[in-house]
Design a protein around this ligand. Structure first.
Ligand SMILES: Cc1cc2nc3c(=O)[nH]c(=O)nc-3n(C[C@H](O)[C@H](O)[C@H](O)COP(=O)(O)OP(=O)(O)OC[C@H]3O[C@@H](n4cnc5c(N)ncnc54)[C@H](O)[C@@H]3O)c2cc1C
Length: 468
């Protein structure tokens, strides 16, 4: 469990307000609790349900991978978080050793990557972060309250607080603070509220992908020993559009998510779900589901577009306000970067606060503008491989894709490339590392043998057991 309160002897400020109590808001409030005498977290939903999904976070029913970089931020913000999550039922997996993974046209080798993943439902993850946050004595949570606008100084150069009320009506209240953080997700209304205060409309880049997820919980079948604990079938972009993943979560359950790009996803009925699983490029998910007992209905999520709001480009922006998480930038979820990028923004806010509150909003939005470049490029350059997806392709796009495909294939059978690939995916290594001379030489000179191309996860699991 996190330390009770690590507030420094002279905090940066008195009152901070964070609104939107999902992953970005919880981590941000945790970071701010070390800089402010008091932090108030405001959330529209009520938190009574514990680790159950709630209206404001419909995506919680779908597989959520917490990247290692994100886990490191959580552990740094709430010391003891890993143990807390494990005790709550999270499953601990080696990203390649325990995970059968079909990508770039082959099943990856199963040697240990040294990168571990904590697998659990998104609701359990969020409830555990919330528990750690609420243990901080200088944090209070106001749930069941919707933020309806900002309070500003007379000249509108500073945001000084928020207006809030119970969803659907009721008495309006005002809350004042030296810093307001918007973590209200992709539907954030900061663009409109700033415009009403006389600021220009923030520029926005959208890349439409029409991605759909369909997910269902199953009881992990007793006696079914497939030689993997998690399984992923990734598409071979842009030739195939469909993906599927089976992840073990708390309470002996599997969470299964399948879906695809550009309208290629199933509907919510069982037959469509199973038929789609059967149509994946490999049969293993469909085979696993035939042995498993469903524990609920199929749920759907449609994600229309990547959305980046360029707050860093605004010629004028008020002090006293910052944004983090999906409110700033929301990516195609398939790349699993959203929660970790929200955590990186919270971490950046903490760093900016070390220089005090003066000029904070300006410093922070510039730093986040830069920070978002890499995750945005990673997500959108995958999406832009589909000719149907509209958007500006970066220079040498074809050449980069050719190299990236070769590198991904190498990571299927070369242990050093596999470890690097997993570290890059978990945001522990810059993508530039795949151009290091030793990796580049292998990328350019080697290709998979027929044995590698024909291997199957069952055989790879046996190899792992014998080699262990
Ligand atoms: C299908 C799917 C799968 C995903 N998989 C992954 C994954 O594998 N890994 C990963 O890292 N990310 C994943 N993501 C992305 C991830 O869910 C988000 O990036 C993450 O939740 C960050 O969200 P956030 O806290 O910024 O906003 P959200 O999670 O959208 O939360 C916003 C919060 O603000 C509250 N709120 C909204 N308006 C108001 C208001 N006016 N007043 C008060 N409260 C308000 C809402 O109730 C909600 O609690 C996935 C997303 C989807 C859709």
């Amino acid at each position: 469990m996190s330390t009770p309160n690590s507030l420094p002897p002279s905090p940066t400020g008195r009152d901070a307000i964070v609104y939107g109590g999902s992953m970005a808001g919880l981590i941000t409030a945790g970071v701010l609790s070390r800089h402010f005498e008091r932090v108030t977290l405001v959330e529209r939903d009520t938190f009574e349900q514990g680790a159950r999904s709630r209206k404001g976070v419909p995506q919680a029913q779908h597989v959520h991978a917490l990247l290692t970089r994100g886990m490191n931020i959580l552990e740094g913000t709430f010391p003891g978080f890993r143990e807390e999550l494990k005790a709550a039922g999270s499953q601990f997996l080696d990203m390649s050793g325990d995970h059968a993974w079909y990508m770039a046209g082959l099943w990856r080798s199963r040697s240990s990557s040294g990168i571990n993943m904590y697998a659990q439902s998104r609701s359990l993850l969020e409830a555990t972060v919330r528990k750690c946050l609420m243990a901080r004595p200088n944090v209070r949570v106001l749930d069941g309250r919707e933020v309806t606008g900002y309070k500003a100084s007379a000249d509108h150069s500073r945001i000084t607080g928020i207006q809030l009320r119970a969803p659907g009506g009721g008495q309006e209240e005002t809350l004042e603070g030296e810093l307001v953080v918007d973590t209200s997700g992709r539907g954030s209304r900061t663009p409109q509220w700033l415009e009403a205060l006389g600021y220009p409309r923030v520029e926005e880049t959208r890349i439409h992908v029409d991605v759909g997820y369909a997910s269902r919980l199953y009881r992990r079948p007793a006696g079914f020993e497939p030689g993997w604990r998690a399984l992923t079938i990734a598409p071979d972009l842009p030739r195939t559009k469909r993906f599927g993943t089976v992840v073990p979560i708390e309470d002996n359950q599997w969470l299964v998510s399948i879906g695809g790009w550009l309208g290629d996803y199933p509907s919510a009925d069982e037959a469509s779900f199973l038929e789609f699983a059967r149509g994946l490029s490999q049969p293993h998910i469909h085979e696993a589901l035939r042995n498993a007992e469903p524990l609920g209905p199929v749920t759907l999520y449609r994600f229309s577009h990547n959305q980046r709001r360029h707050y860093e480009r605004m010629p004028r922006f008020p002090e006293g306000l910052v944004l983090a998480g999906d409110a700033f930038c929301s990516f195609n979820p398939i790349y699993g970067q959203g929660m970790t990028t929200g955590g990186l923004q919270a971490e950046t806010l903490g760093e900016c606060l070390r220089q005090g509150l003066g000029g904070l909003a300006q410093r922070y939005r510039q730093r986040v503008g830069q920070l978002l470049e890499v995750p945005w490029l990673l997500a959108t350059s995958g999406d832009l491989r589909f000719p149907e997806v509209e958007g500006k392709r970066p220079p040498a796009f074809g050449l980069m894709n050719w190299y990236g495909d070769k590198f991904q294939q190498l990571a299927g059978y070369d242990d050093k490339a596999l470890r690097l690939f997993v570290r890059m995916m978990h945001m522990l290594e810059s993508p530039a590392a795949m151009f290091s001379p030793s990796i580049a030489l292998k990328v350019l000179t080697s290709s998979p043998s027929p044995d590698v191309l024909s291997r199957r996860p069952e055989a790879l699991a046996a190899q792992r057991i014998h080699g262990a």
